[in-house]
Design a protein around this ligand. Structure first.
Ligand code: ADP
Length: 491
């Protein structure tokens, strides 16, 4: 073990002893300072850190015992002091021990003996130094931890978003002020209780505990009350061996956005109503003028222009109808009258209308009910009307004259399926992902003469999502398409 970090002061009035001791100690690797009397030793000790003092007792002026006392009482009681004495009597030994001396060495210069005593003292000093170093490290680490913890706490508290963390036992281990405000959790509710003590909103609690994440997280909007809408995001945390460690839940106040959205929807709805009224008047008037135009080649150009104008007003009316549907869906107006719907009954009641429309294009429409009356879902019939009108109208629109359309029902576990199948123009694989986006329309030779808004399937998907179901398409270009709507069955 190296003693390089240790500084020793040798205090002796006899020069040859100072020199001899200095030689022995330097070989051990220590730094050695020398003092020839008590006064000089005290002045060195006042300015310089020393770990060990080898101290002669009998010196002129301040003697060794006084130096020892001053070291222990005034300078530093931790400095080890070894007494060098030529005549070790029992009284001297007892007195110097009382004053705090560490050990003795004889002046007889038994080198081995000196080394033994000094090394023991040096090892002791090294141990103390090591302990001091470890103590400091621990204190520093503790300080770091405390600073880190309070920094984290401060950050969490000033976050505009709510944060809640649970362990794998559903107990809440961390919560910030924002989420306390969002869920009106009193400050007196301590940490460590089951999550249901904090999140008393049933739907949010269900979502946190049972919502299944895709790509690491899941988020959902909730209306907490008329004045608070929250976007809740949940991440499940897993250990390396895939054991659930707990959940991290973030809540964001989206009330201002929702209010703005509502205003926007109301605005669109109002403007659309106005436009629809005026447009249908224009449409009717054009139709009247067209009826009255005599079959005279002189008017054929005017007739063509008016036919175009009539077609455009029809397109605009369709767009407005779709925008109105969207705003009804977004404002929740189509989810007010939720009741049990017997799907077979519902489809049968709409079938005649759809069939009539198909017959205008000489298409053959078939209803196949394969669910033996056992297909009941919970929904508002208005939402279902919009959903299936869009799918059936598309099937008619994108299927040439003489084609076939099948509407069928199936069951798969706890889901009911309605399939709308046509023998129309089909949709290529690349387009199939995009057709459910708002305003997306396939643009190619087969669709160039078919008018539309690109909103029908986005509306259909919005409704199916809101009903907790799923919508998808199976299609092949020029062969036909099948749209599949899966909806959760009652019970
Ligand atoms: P659009 O008003 O254009 O019909 P949709 O949102 O209803 O808007 O449909 C989006 C696009 O998906 C359509 O432009 C069309 O290209 C394609 N599409 C929808 N239904 C069918 C179908 N039954 N057969 C072929 N293509 C379809």
């Amino acid at each position: 073990m190296g003693y390089e970090s240790i500084r020793i002061l040798v205090v002796d009035d006899e020069e040859h002893i100072r020199i001899a001791l200095s030689r022995i100690l330097s070989r051990l690797g220590c730094e050695v300072l020398l003092a020839e009397d008590g006064e000089e030793s005290l002045s060195i000790l006042k300015d310089t850190r020393v770990d060990l003092v080898l101290l002669d007792l009998k010196m002129p002026g301040i003697d060794g015992m006084d130096v020892l006392r001053t070291i222990k009482e005034e300078i530093d009681p931790h400095i080890l002091v070894i007494i060098i004495t030529g005549f070790a009597t029992l009284e001297i030994a007892v007195e110097s021990m009382k004053q705090g001396a560490y050990d003795f060495i004889p002046k007889s210069f038994d080198k081995e003996h000196i080394l033994l005593v000094v090394k023991r003292a040096l090892d002791n000093i090294l141990l103390i130094q090591e302990k001091e170093r470890l103590d400091k490290e621990r204190k520093d680490a503790l300080l770091d931890l405390i600073t880190e913890k309070s920094r984290l706490k401060t950050i969490l508290e000033v976050l505009p978003n709510g944060v809640l963390v649970t362990n794998n036992n559903r107990e809440v281990v961390l919560i910030n002020n924002t989420i306390r405000k969002h869920f009106s959790i009193s400050d007196s509710v301590p940490l460590g209780l089951d999550i249901s003590y904090y999140i008393t909103h049933d739907k949010v609690l269900d979502f946190i505990l049972f919502g299944i994440e895709e790509e690491g997280d899941i988020s959902c909007e909730f209306k907490i009350n008329d004045d608070l809408y929250l976007l809740i995001k949940k991440n499940s945390i897993f250990s390396e061996d895939q054991k659930l460690l707990g959940y991290v839940v973030i809540s964001m106040d989206i009330t201002p956005l929702k209010k703005l959205d509502q205003l926007k929807s109301e605005f669109v709805a109002r403007v659309s109503h106005e436009l629809r009224g005026s447009l249908s008047t224009i449409h009717e008037q054009i139709a009247l003028v067209l009826q009255d135009l005599i079959e005279d080649p002189e008017f054929s150009a005017d007739k063509r222009i008016l036919e175009k104008a009539k077609q455009r007003t029809r397109g605009l009316t369709e767009l407005i109808e779709k925008l109105l549907d969207l705003s009804r869906i977004e404002s929740g107006k189509v989810y007010v009258d939720i009741k049990d719907i017997y799907m077979e009954e519902f489809l049968s009641s709409r079938f005649e209308d759809w069939k009539d429309q198909a017959e205008l294009k000489k298409q053959h429409m078939v209803l196949e009910l394969n669910t033996q009356g056992d297909f009941t879902i919970k929904a508002d019939p208005r939402a279902l009307n919009i959903l299936f009108n869009n799918l059936v109208n598309n099937a008619i629109k994108y299927t040439p004259e003489g084609g076939k359309i099948y509407i069928s029902t199936y069951k798969q576990g706890d889901m009911g399926i309605v399939a709308v199948k046509d023998t129309g123009i089909g949709i290529s694989k690349q387009e199939q992902d995009k057709i459910f986006n708002r305003f997306y329309r396939v643009k190619d030779d087969s669709t160039k003469d078919i008018s539309g808004t690109g909103l029908g399937l986005a509306i259909a998907k919005g409704i199916v999502d809101d009903l907790g179901g799923d919508i998808g398409v199976i299609s092949e270009k020029n062969k036909g398409s099948t749209f599949l709507v899966k909806l959760p069955l009652v019970g």
